[in-house]
Design a protein around this ligand. Structure first.
Ligand SMILES: O=C(O)C(=O)C[C@H](O)C(=O)CO
Ligand code: ZN
Length: 276
């Protein structure tokens, strides 16, 4: 597991492109047959990819977290963005096609991920945050979520926001997770942009062609910087940072947040005249 430490807005003022990418971009999330995880000290979120091929995969973190098993003091969100697979949770197995998700509560001892077809493996994107209460495990299908339809094609930001781990769907201690799909012809996400001082967030960009790039904006509203992001790469967004992007073609992203509250709309919107 790779560790990323935290920064103040002043720290990044003189970062080169390379410095910014090293600190805030995760370039490889899905590796065949592997569990690839990043631990950010921003609210201690762990995120990454589980890509089983012919053997099942599980997350084994004990010494790293000072516990006997991964979810002893954590909760977990999962969304499959690859081929069909299954998930076994303390012996109970459920199918997981593309866009199926799961909330898995604290205290769950065994989570095993499998692909149905090694030629078209499942890609489980997982996010875990500290938790001090057990809430029930819930399977979440995109079909059960009424998306928020937002933006408009004339502003190039028409998109649907599917809130998977959200009080409307399931309980959680602090994890919120969802899936935003840009309409064809739209390319801006989260514009007008916002910060949320009370929560950090990570973004995984995917469903992009090989040559599509997202220009992800970060930094304080008054001093923005950007990261050029390819398919299936993730960005860490500290609480003080804006997080929005524009791409050369439509795309999809998974956002995951944790911190003080689970109030999705608790955002500090940034007026256009502040952006620099
Ligand atoms: O398209 C959007 O707008 C989003 O998906 C925004 C994220 O959900 C977010 O930043 C929540 O704080
Ligand atoms: Zn946000």
């Amino acid at each position: 597991m790779e560790t990323r430490y935290t920064h103040s807005p002043v720290d990044i003022r003189h970062y080169s492109t390379e410095d910014l990418r090293r600190e805030f971009l995760v370039e490889k999330i899905f590796e065949p047959g592997k569990v690839v995880l990043t631990y950010t000290h921003n609210d201690r979120q762990i995120f990454g990819g589980v890509t089983p091929i012919s053997e099942p995969l599980s997350v084994h973190l004990t010494k790293e977290l000072g516990v006997d098993y991964f979810l002893e003091r954590r909760e977990l969100g999962v969304i499959n963005i690859g081929g069909p697979g299954t998930i076994s949770i303390d012996g109970e197995t459920d199918s997981m096609k593309k866009q199926d998700g799961y909330y898995i509560g604290k205290g769950t001892k065994n989570v095993e991920f499998r692909s149905d077809d090694a030629e078209n493996p499942a890609k489980f994107y997982i996010v875990s945050t500290p938790a001090h209460h057990k809430y029930p495990n819930v399977k979440i299908s995109i079909d059960d979520i009424k998306p928020r339809e937002t933006g408009e094609s004339l502003s190039l930001n028409e998109r649907k926001i599917y809130q998977y781990i959200h009080p409307n769907i399931c309980e959680s201690c602090q994890l919120q997770m969802g899936y935003t799909v840009l309409s064809p012809g739209s390319s801006w996400n989260t514009m007008p942009c916002h910060t949320h001082e009370r929560r950090m967030e990570t973004y995984l960009y995917f469903d992009m062609d090989e040559d599509t790039r997202v220009f992800h904006f970060m930094g304080t509203p008054e001093e923005t910087k950007h990261l050029v992001v390819s398919n299936e790469q993730a960005v860490i967004s500290p609480s003080w940072s804006i997080h929005c992007g524009v791409a050369t073609k439509n795309y999809t992203f998974i956002w995951a947040m944790c911190g003080e509250n689970i109030t999705y709309d608790d955002m500090d919107f940034v007026s256009m005249d502040r952006l620099k």
